[in-house]
Design a protein around this ligand. Structure first.
Ligand code: AMP
Length: 331
């Protein structure tokens, strides 16, 4: 049988850095250290591994551990700690089949529970564990989402999008006798009577005022409730409705966007927070039309707020689809 590399080191056929030697063992620095201190303590007698030990080796193995103890003291690693290990056969990763003990120290060595890379045979269990991980991640996301006041709906809801007709708008405009003609009336824009909101407290820095100015004469209240009715409107209809001064105006964008700028008198109920704002919402009287706007576009956040309001019998609710983006450019 070919001599092992350690036999050749002991025989000085191969060079090594010897840290200790006596008639029974040799201690050399590992050629590929796994820690700042990595010394191999090798019994000189040819023994394949732990499984080849016999009673007669009892004293030899005791001696190996005393050498390890002395080396650890010499390197000053006793207080911080060290590890003495030996590998036996394939699963332990033995590569040199001549009994030897690794003395490792000089840094935290971690727990001895690292797992080897998996073989192709364990693909099924990998998939199983991967699946479990994905399920756990989804469950975690669901919990966080449910705790988040701005939670994201799991299934994208398709909202019914109905465009308001001239007649729909007309019903909620001031009657001709109050305006003199069927044009936007020039009335005070009432402070919305909706309950104060979190975001209202922080005064917005920028606002865009609706086209309205003070006037002694208020239009007659022509409000006819139409609970649950949600209609989309464009810019012109929106301007006409706000000019009546009789509305609740809701900005369904994020509080951040709201604070950057919003339509005057709008209260901020961010779409994602609508559920948590129900106590605020239901305090608002139902005696006016509700106007909601977002940034413009699909207006899903506005529809979301409208949905909540609908459940509490508010209506009609008009969603201004041009939203802040259009309002900003036209004002
Ligand atoms: P094991 O994997 O437990 O059999 O350990 C064998 C160790 O011997 C490894 O850590 C190797 O880096 C080390 N080794 C292999 N050849 C040499 C060598 N010529 N001099 C010093 N250490 C060596």
């Amino acid at each position: 049988m070919q001599p092992t590399i350690f036999e050749r080191i002991i025989a000085r056929e191969i060079p090594s850095t010897i840290e200790f030697e006596d008639d029974r063992v040799i201690a050399i620095r590992d050629i590929a250290p796994s820690a700042p201190v990595h010394v191999l303590i090798i019994p000189k007698r040819v023994i394949r591994n732990v499984d080849d030990l016999s009673e007669q080796d009892t004293e030899l193995i005791g001696h190996v551990f005393l050498v390890a103890r002395d080396l650890a003291r010499k390197y000053g690693v006793v207080d911080n700690g060290y590890r003495v290990v030996t590998n036996c056969n394939e699963h332990a990763g033995q590569t040199v089949f001549h009994l030897h003990f690794h003395l490792l120290a000089g840094e935290p060595l971690g727990r001895m529970n690292s797992r080897p890379p998996r073989s192709a045979g364990s693909t099924r269990s990998m998939l199983f564990e991967g699946g479990l991980l994905v399920i756990a991640a989804i469950a975690l996301a669901a919990v966080f989402n449910s705790m988040n006041p701005r939670q994201i709906p799991w299934v994208k809801k398709e909202y019914e999008r109905t465009q308001a007709t001239q007649n729909d708008i007309q019903k909620y405009l001031a009657p001709p006798e109050a305006t003199g003609q069927n044009k936007p009336v020039d009335v005070t824009v009432d402070q919305p009577t909706a309950a104060p909101t979190k975001t209202e407290a922080a005064a917005p820095t920028t606002t865009a005022a609706p086209a309205a100015s003070p006037s002694a004469e208020k239009p007659k209240n022509t409000f006819v409730a139409d609970p649950g009715k949600v209609l989309e409107i464009g810019y012109d209809a929106f301007v006409r409705l706000i000019s009546t001064g009789s509305f609740h105006l809701i900005d369904a964008r994020t509080p951040e966007k709201y604070s950057e700028g919003h339509i005057a008198n709008a209260i901020n109920i961010y779409g994602g927070e609508a559920q948590s704002r129900i106590p605020d919402i239901i305090q608002s009287p139902r005696d006016r039309v509700i106007l909601i706007y977002c940034d413009g576009g699909e207006c899903e956040l506005s529809h979301h707020v409208a949905d909540v309001l609908k459940q509490f019998g508010y209506g009609p609710i008009f969603i201004y689809t041009g939203g802040w983006a259009e309002w900003k450019t036209k004002h």
